[in-house]
Design a protein around this ligand. Structure first.
Ligand SMILES: Nc1nc2c(ncn2[C@@H]2O[C@H](COP(=O)(O)OP(=O)(O)OP(=O)(O)O)[C@@H](O)[C@H]2O)c(=O)[nH]1
Ligand SMILES: [Mg+2]
Length: 448
C-alpha cells in the first residue's frame, strides 16, 4: 500500500497503546509525540501537526469515555477520527451521469495527467460506461500518440488533430463528433510558454467544453507543496477535485495529502502505481483505516460479497472466530486466496494489522503448496483432522507415505496451523470489545 513508512510508524505508535498495561497521561503524551514525529517525517506542515496533536491529546485526556469502549479503544478511535478529518473526512464521490459527462484533466507537466486519464477511463469502463478520449495537449511532442495508444489499449474512441495547435478548436471539433450521452475525458497540456498562458488556455477549454469536472493531477512526491499547487489552480480555474498521483513510494505523501485537504478542494482519486489498475477512489475513512492497520471492514465486506456463497458464510465466520480444524484452515486459505492476497485481506480485519506482525511466509501460500496441503489432508484420518495435536512422528510418517509428500511438508502445514491458532487467540484476548462486538453483529465473529 502507499505510504508504507508513515503507516508503519503510526502503527507502532498505536501498538504502544495496545501493549501498555495502563493507558494514562504519560502514555498518551508519548504516543502523541510518536505521531508528531511520523507526520513530520512525511513532510506534513509543522503547524498542522501541532494543531492535530493538541486536538488528539486534549480529547484523549479530557473526553468522557463513551459507553462500551475501553480507554485503549477510545484513544485509538480519537487518533483515527482526527487523522480522517486531517485528510478530508468524507469521500467525495464522482457522481457521473449516463446522459453525458465531461471531465478535463489539468496539471503541470509530468504530474500524471495522461496516465490518470487512462486509469479513469478503465475505472469507468468497469462500471459500464463508455469513455471517449480527446487529446488537447498541442504543446508536447508525442502527446497525441501517447493518448492514442492508451485509447487503443483500452479499446475506446480517440479524438484529436495532429495538424492543429489550437487546443480550443480541437476540443470544439471533437465534441461535435461525439454523441452527447458519452463520458468524455479531455487531456491537456502541462507545459506552455508561460504559466499565465497555460492557465488562460485551460480557462478557454473549460468554457467551450462545458465541463462537469475539472480534475487537477498533483504529484504527491512534492509533499506539502501540493497544497500550493492546488490553491493556485483552484484560484485561477476553479477545479472540482484533485487526483493525487505517485502516492506509492512518496516519502512525503502525508504532507501532500494533508496540504491538499486544507485547501478545501476534495481529493477524489489517488494514483498508487504506474499500472492502469493502480488507482483508487479516495475515501478518507478506508484510507486511514488501512494506514493504521485497523481494518477496513467496508472493503472486507465488499470483497466477501464477491465470493461464492458457500465459502463466504462458513469460512469467513470460522476463520474469524478462531475455532477451526486443519480441514477448516485449508478451506480458509482457499477462500482467502479467492479474495485476493492474504496479506491485504488480513490488514482489513480490525485489530489484525495492529496486534500481529505475521511472518512473511505465512502469506506466501502458493497454489502449489495449497495442492500439497490438500493431498496431505486427504491422507489424514478424521480424528487427526479434528485434533491435529495427536499427530506424532509415526503418524506423520504414515501421512507422508500415504500422500507422497515429505515430513517437512507436514510439519509446515502444522506450523501454519499453530501460527493461525495463536493469532486468532490474540485477537480474542478481549482488548477490543467494541470491535469484537461490531464483528459479531455482522455475523463475522462467533464465540462459543
Ligand atoms: N509510480 C507512479 N508513477 C506514476 C503515477 N502516475 C503517473 N506516473 C508516472 O509519471 C510519469 C508522467 O506521467 P504522465 O501521465 O505522462 O504525466 P503528464 O501530466 O501527462 O505529463 P505531460 O503530458 O508531459 O504534461 C510517467 O512516467 C507515469 O508512469 C503513479 O500513480 N505512480
Ligand atoms: Mg500528458
Amino acid at each position: 500500500m502507499s505510504l508504507d513508512k508513515l503507516g508503519s510508524s503510526l502503527r507502532s505508535a498505536l501498538r504502544k497503546i495496545i501493549g501498555a498495561p495502563l493507558v494514562d497521561e504519560v502514555l498518551v503524551k508519548e504516543v502523541v509525540k510518536d505521531i508528531q514525529r511520523a507526520l513530520i517525517t512525511s513532510d506534513v506542515n509543522v503547524k498542522l501537526v501541532m494543531d492535530l496533536s493538541k486536538k488528539i491529546e486534549k480529547r484523549a485526556l479530557e473526553e468522557k469515555l463513551p459507553a462500551g469502549l475501553s480507554k485503549r479503544e477510545h484513544v485509538i478511535k480519537i487518533v483515527y477520527d482526527e487523522l480522517v478529518k486531517f485528510v478530508g473526512e468524507k469521500p467525495s464521490e464522482l457522481r457521473i451521469s449516463k446522459d453525458g459527462f465531461k471531465i478535463m484533466m489539468i496539471g503541470i507537466e509530468g504530474s500524471g495527467k495522461t496516465t490518470s486519464i487512462a486509469k479513469l477511463a478503465r475505472f469507468f469502463q468497469r462500471k459500464g460506461y463508455k469513455p471517449v478520449l480527446i487529446c488537447a495537449d498541442v504543446h508536447r511532442l508525442g502527446a497525441y500518440e501517447q493518448l492514442q495508444q492508451l485509447a487503443a489499449q483500452l479499446n475506446v474512441p480517440f479524438h484529436g488533430n495532429l495538424n492543429s495547435t489550437d487546443a480550443v478548436k480541437i476540443v470544439e471539433e471533437s465534441l461535435s463528433k461525439i454523441e452527447k450521452k458519452n463520458l468524455v475525458i479531455i487531456d491537456t497540456a502541462g507545459r506552455h510558454k508561460s504559466e499565465t498562458e497555460l492557465m488562460d488556455e485551460m480557462k478557454k477549454l473549460a468554457e467551450v467544453a462545458q465541463l462537469n469536472e475539472k480534475l487537477l493531477t498533483i504529484d504527491a512526491t512534492i509533499g506539502q507543496q501540493a497544497g500550493v499547487q492546488a490553491k493556485a489552480f483552484h484560484e485561477a480555474i476553479g477545479i472540482t477535485g484533485v487526483v493525487l498521483t505517485k502516492l506509492d513510494g512518496a516519502a512525503k505523501g502525508g504532507g501532500a495529502l494533508s496540504a491538499v485537504a486544507t485547501t478545501g478542494v476534495p481529493i477524489k482519486f489517488i494514483g498508487v502505481g504506474e499500472k492502469i489498475d493502480e488507482f483508487e477512489l479516495f475515501d478518507p475513512q478506508s484510507f486511514i483505516s488501512r494506514l493504521l492497520g485497523m481494518g477496513d471492514l467496508k472493503a472486507l465486506l465488499e470483497k466477501a460479497e464477491e465470493l461464492p456463497k458457500e465459502i463466504k458464510e462458513v469460512d469467513v465466520t470460522k476463520f474469524l472466530a478462531g475455532k477451526f480444524t486443519l480441514q477448516d484452515l485449508y478451506s480458509q486459505f482457499e477462500a482467502m486466496q479467492k479474495m485476493g492476497p492474504l496479506k491485504k485481506i488480513l490488514q482489513m480485519v480490525p485489530g489484525f494489522g495492529l496486534s500481529a506482525e505475521l511472518p512473511e511466509d505465512f502469506y506466501k501460500l502458493s497454489e502449489e503448496k495449497l495442492k500439497k496441503f490438500r493431498v496431505i489432508l486427504d491422507s489424514m484420518t478424521d480424528k487427526e483432522l479434528e485434533s491435529p495435536e495427536i499427530i506424532n512422528r509415526s503418524r506423520m510418517q504414515r501421512i507422508a507415505r500415504g500422500s507422497g509428500t515429505k515430513m517437512e511438508d507436514i510439519k509446515e502445514l502444522l506450523k501454519q496451523y499453530q501460527i493461525a491458532k495463536r493469532l486468532f487467540k490474540s485477537l480474542r484476548k478481549g482488548r477490543f470489545p467494541a470491535l469484537d462486538k461490531a464483528l459479531r453483529q455482522m455475523g463475522l465473529k462467533k464465540f462459543k
